[in-house]
Design a binder for this molecule. Sequence first.
Ligand code: HEC
Length: 257
Amino acid sequence: MKKIILAAAAALAIVPVSAAVNAAEEGPQLMHVEWTFDGLFGKFDKQQLQRGYQVYKEVCSSCHSMNYVAFRNLEDLGYSEGQVKAVAAEYEYPDIDDEGSETTRKGKASDHFKNPYPNEKFARASNNGALPPDLSLMTKARVDGPNYVYSLLLGYGEAPEDIQMLDGMNYNKYFSSGSYQIAMAQQLFDDLVTYADGTPATAEQMSKDVVAFLHWAAEPKLEARHSTGFRVMLYTLIFTILTYLLKKRIWARLEKK
Ligand code: HEC
């Protein structure tokens, strides 16, 4: 028994050390935020998601698509059907009229977010050759995604002298490519947006909010998954206790004989 406890203690002690070593190999340690959606009971904060959507819409959507999200999904954030229809109607989508000619129509709740560029070549030509990736699944596509995107958005600065910066590139110590050079310039500056709910729009606040929004987009069923997980664990726990009590009863009878 003592051996088992010692082995377990050793394993617990080794895990954080090896995690730290891995992180060190992959680049600087990411900044860490206490997300409302972390942990077994994690939930999204709808007010925060609305602020995050505002940041995406007013800042990021001029370069980044979110092809997997439809306007009607925004009802999850607490917007009414009418509000969602009004937002969708702000955009124009290509259509074909009764004579078969190309035309445009106003967006509907069932439309997906509009891509800012007509095609990839156009997108690259507008961004110094780099393609702004679709953000629908971004927080799941990177290691420790929410903390990574948060750190990236705030990780700009002067390049150290030993790094030769290429033309039009920006120094960012968290960029996943490992080159520290990113084609996206710094986007978030204090008071860039005016939040509808009056929250002060610091760069940190906007980064946090837009990341929460991106994480909702990547995992809209997170809350349902957490509550199912919890119920399954509770069920398993009760079942284990009942089985244990049953075992005790049966053996109590046998041991008496
Ligand atoms: C002016 C255009 C532009 C705007 C606005 C913009 N981005 Fe970008 N973004 C880019 C480009 C270009 C890249 C690709 C960079 C590269 O590959 O060097 C990129 C890359 C990214 C990446 C991927 C980084 C990686 O690890 O590959 C994330 C995440 C990102 N942007 C988030 C955002 C968010 C969030 C916003 C809004 C706050 C935003 N961007 C606004 C142009 C933009």
